[in-house]
Design a protein around this ligand. Sequence first.
Ligand SMILES: Cc1cc2nc3c(=O)[nH]c(=O)nc-3n(C[C@H](O)[C@H](O)[C@H](O)COP(=O)(O)OP(=O)(O)OC[C@H]3O[C@@H](n4cnc5c(N)ncnc54)[C@H](O)[C@@H]3O)c2cc1C
Length: 334
Amino acid sequence: MTKFDYKNMWVYIEHDGTTISTVSLELLCEARKLCDVTGDKLVAVAVDGLPEAELAKIRATGIDQMMVVHGTGYERYNNDAYTNLFTVLCQKYNPSAVFVGGTTNGRDFAPRFAARLNTGCTSDAIEVVYNPESGDIEFIEPAVGGKMMAVITVPVLRPQVGTIRPGTFKYEPVGEKAEIEVIHETVDFDPALIRTKLLKFIPEEDDGAVNLAAEEVVVCLGNGLSGSDKLGKYQELADLLGGKLGCTRPVFDRGILPFKQMIGQSGVVVKPKLLVSFGVSGAINHTAGMKDAGTIIAVNSDPDAAIFGVADYGIVGDMDTVCDMMIEALKARQ
Ligand SMILES: Cc1cc2nc3c(=O)[nH]c(=O)nc-3n(C[C@H](O)[C@H](O)[C@H](O)COP(=O)(O)OP(=O)(O)OC[C@H]3O[C@@H](n4cnc5c(N)ncnc54)[C@H](O)[C@@H]3O)c2cc1C
């Protein structure tokens, strides 16, 4: 078989039996666009057990096929059963591409089934483009500390496996197709062969405060921040604007703000209407996480900072001074 004999693009639907992981829906929407160009069918692959309302969200993305998997071994996520499942299904159906959400689970099993199939897996692409000349999907991602964009392809082998971080693409359903083929597959995995055992489930502590991905206003702090003693004024500005604080990697590395407030390629992808950025240089690894922000205001003391290249409004100056001025102006308006 050559790579041209492999057909259709699959999206793994990650769910907990009640709700679909949003990234799966985002991937369906992006893969729909690719399939419209390539003529492949878009196939959603899900382990059985989703309620009708969630299935409707999948259908609304314009899928051509829904593959529903039944069998033993899938009661809770485990690497062994899911790796086996996608190895077996890919060997049977020969899809051209398989997209998996870059969640903890997705990043765990996608490279493993790709390795079993002797094919390639790309992680954390921020763009996927079909190249009609080569017939390959180009997975585009920042490299060398964000100084260049790497185009990664799987030029010979199939399927082309990719994990994409949540929030990279948008859930913009194009509408349900009149006819959707539903395929039922039974792949049993002997639970005795699952090598991990769930001892206890400890949910992440929810401070109830920060879900940056859903915020409409974000005040982002970069390494220009002199210390955590200055955090208060930026928090005050964020409160006045009705938003939350985000940060760049160095600010997280310095222990000033937690990981879930780090914006970028390896952190959260944000889509606020307004993003005010202070003391951020504008490395692509960071700006990859804010490319869908509405209005961007950047403050930096260096007039040549790259952040000004993506900002709608740029202010050259000391970040603390500008922050104080903004607070004053907002208070005056109240
Ligand atoms: C694989 C990989 C993944 C990465 N993922 C991420 C990611 O998800 N998110 C992320 O943020 N980074 C990420 N990085 C790191 C990224 O490449 C940059 O190093 C980082 O974003 C730089 O953060 P910064 O702009 O805050 O700091 P710096 O580059 O140190 O910039 C600080 C800026 O502050 C300005 N400044 C200094 N003092 C003041 C002042 N008083 N007033 C105003 N401006 C001032 C300076 O002019 C400078 O432009 C990643 C790197 C790699 C290699």
